[in-house]
Design a binder for this molecule. Structure first.
Ligand code: 9UX
Length: 72
């Protein structure tokens, strides 16, 4: 089954920032959907926990260059 994680992502200033976060997260195995909202500094990710977890997703967002923390 799938899980959802909501992250706070700070430092994104344009829609291209959001696009680069979405692209990086979607490249991970086990990601169903990633939606990044630059205006509200949020990333909502739907994933398959057999393949990936919240911390790997969070680190991937940080690797793109933004601070990310898990909200729920
Ligand atoms: Mo453009 Mo968003 O360089 O940081 S991708 S502002």
């Amino acid at each position: 089954s799938e899980s959802k994680a909501l992250f706070s992502v700070t430092g994104m200033t344009c829609s291209a920032c959001a696009g680069s976060v979405e692209k990086a997260v979607k490249r991970l195995p086990g990601i169903k959907e990633a939606v990044v909202d630059v205006l509200n500094n949020r990333a909502q990710v739907t994933f398959y926990p057999a393949f990936v977890n919240e911390e790997t997703i969070r680190e991937t967002i940080e690797d793109v260059g933004f601070e990310a923390s898990l909200i729920k």
